[in-house]
Design a protein around this ligand. Sequence first.
Ligand SMILES: Cc1cc2nc3c(=O)[nH]c(=O)nc-3n(C[C@H](O)[C@H](O)[C@H](O)COP(=O)(O)O)c2cc1C
Length: 209
Amino acid sequence: MVVAHHRTDSLTRHTADRAAARLETAGYRIDLLDLHTEGFDPRMNVADQPDWGNREKTYSDEVRAHMQRIVDADVVVAVFPVYWQSVPALLKGWIDRVWNYGFAYGRSRPRLTGKRMLWLGLAGATADDPVVEGMHSILETNLSEGIAYYCGFSRSTVGLLTDAEERPQRLDAEGNLLVGEAVTGAEREAQYAALDRRAREFVDRFAAE
Ligand SMILES: Cc1cc2nc3c(=O)[nH]c(=O)nc-3n(C[C@H](O)[C@H](O)[C@H](O)COP(=O)(O)O)c2cc1C
């Protein structure tokens, strides 16, 4: 379970904790990797940049420890806030540095073959925002096609959790961001309960496959 958020009291972390608990109930053992808490540096560096002439390159100790954690997992679940219709830099940098040449790709028998991946992205957009369909499609193309399947995963899917903000946001026809009133009280409880329920459905469906 890979969490990419800078606050441990975030909705993202809450969603990850619930997903982990759900998977534990389904019989999984969880390795929780909170990238920010563990101090992961998402910046590419010389030690971890791929050497296209040497797929056996020995990467940094930190990256090799992360590689081992992925090898040890049957299933990888990434939980993150959607930033600019993509993953936050923290998660992107983890993929850039750790899912590296000779390990995740570049072999006739990739080491991650057969693993399964669920990407749970929390998005501020409301479910009825026309931007959501395209956002989901972009995330599937980028994360499932461009990353997971490229690295030999047998299954990858994006669970997009809209309505992650307490103040609904959408663009009007002129491109102005309209930020609505914060929902409160019972309405707020219902909004978060619905998000929890949708997240649970994604996790249950994934676990059952
Ligand atoms: C830099 C940044 C970029 C964002 N980009 C998007 C976006 O492209 N689409 C979207 O629906 N929400 C976007 N959001 C809203 C976040 O997805 C939302 O704040 C987050 O999922 C809420 O979860 P959290 O409370 O755990 O941070 C963005 C937020 C930030 C800070």
